[in-house]
Design a protein around this ligand. Structure first.
Ligand code: HEC
Length: 172
């Protein structure tokens, strides 16, 4: 192969890596791998979002929007955008994995800097949060990838009977 052709091949590979990289977040590729009862999973089996061309979001993204604004917004700011007190979770999810997210929310975290002590409370005992961890994760994952705009998603899929059942048993 001539030098020019090698160069072209390198550019092509870099471009493919780049478009691939844009779609990955801390949990990997958010593309839908499977769906069952309104619950979307990526190819690794982790919860992910689904946004239809007309802007209709899956139930979990919508529910996560509501739960986020009920329990996280006060510290983390609207739409996962962050505040002077706590980090922008839409940014955090670009590097945090699904597991790390679950552990931090359940166990909390305390980061003592020289100027201030910022505390992420342990919310593992709070059913209003724990029963909706996947919802909040999926919502923030969608925000993190720019799949949805700021604000309330205008249209959403219905809650499936399976999801309603799981919710009832989690809430006890
Ligand atoms: C009382 C305020 C407060 C509330 C309420 C709160 N957080 Fe936090 N959270 C924080 C602070 C402060 C940090 C940064 C802690 C640190 O620096 O270690 C944080 C950190 C985090 C992190 C790690 C971010 C990173 O970039 O490493 C995650 C994930 C997180 N919070 C999720 C949530 C979720 C989800 C909710 C709602 C269910 C929530 N938090 C509610 C204050 C809060």
């Amino acid at each position: 192969m001539k030098a020019g052709a090698w160069f072209f091949a390198l550019i092509a590979i870099a471009y493919l890596a780049w478009i691939g990289g844009v779609k990955a977040d801390g949990s990997g590729d958010p593309a839908v791998g499977s769906v069952a009862n309104g619950r979307y999973l990526d190819k690794e089996g982790q919860p992910t979002y689904n946004v239809q061309p007309d802007g209709t979001v899956d139930w979990f993204t919508y529910s996560g929007f509501r739960r986020y604004h009920a329990h996280c917004h006060v510290c983390h700011g609207p739409d996962g955008e962050g505040s002077s007190y706590a980090p922008a979770l839409a940014e955090s999810l670009k590097t945090l994995t699904y597991r790390e997210f679950l552990f931090i929310v359940a166990d909390g975290r305390k980061n003592v800097t020289t100027s201030q002590t910022n505390v992420m409370p342990a919310l593992g005992h709070n059913r209003d949060v724990v029963c909706y961890l996947d919802d909040i994760f999926v919502y923030l994952r969608a925000r993190s990838n720019g799949a949805i705009e700021r604000g309330r998603p205008p249209k959403h899929e219905d809650k499936s009977e399976m999801t309603a059942k799981a919710e009832r048993s989690c809430r006890g």
